[in-house]
Write a new protein. Sequence first.
Length: 156
Amino acid sequence: MSAKAIREFDGKLMLSQWLKTHGFPTATDHIIQIVPTTQLSKIPSQHSWVNNVKLVAKPDQLIKRRGKAGLICLNKDWNETQKWIEERRDKTIKVEKVEGQLTNCHIVMSCFDPHSVTFVSLHLYSRWIVILFDGSNIHCIGLAVLLCCIDFNSFQ
């Protein structure tokens, strides 16, 4: 089987769509994808909720151990989050021994809920979405606590 990497933002939307169709509540209206052309100054007027909650933001790229590399902004207000994004957008960063630039950087931003910090790994296969949940620690990838398989046919 082959697997294809997708952005966290897209994975959250797909998972939310499936959960909604099966009667579970979701909060996808509080997730923003920030792309290179996004004007950060316009976000509060387009998404007023960012002014009233603590936020989490991180590069929506395949970077392992983003937290250990300082690439996760946690529990910050909008002004702090905006500053954090501006400091990293199109800048050179170092993750372990690799140094590179966050070019064409997509950032996923959502509400921060300290009670729901969970590592979620989505794996897309030819017919299935496999979801691994690990609620133990945002910095440690341990054994999966819960495994969920969703058939693509359930999206139709």
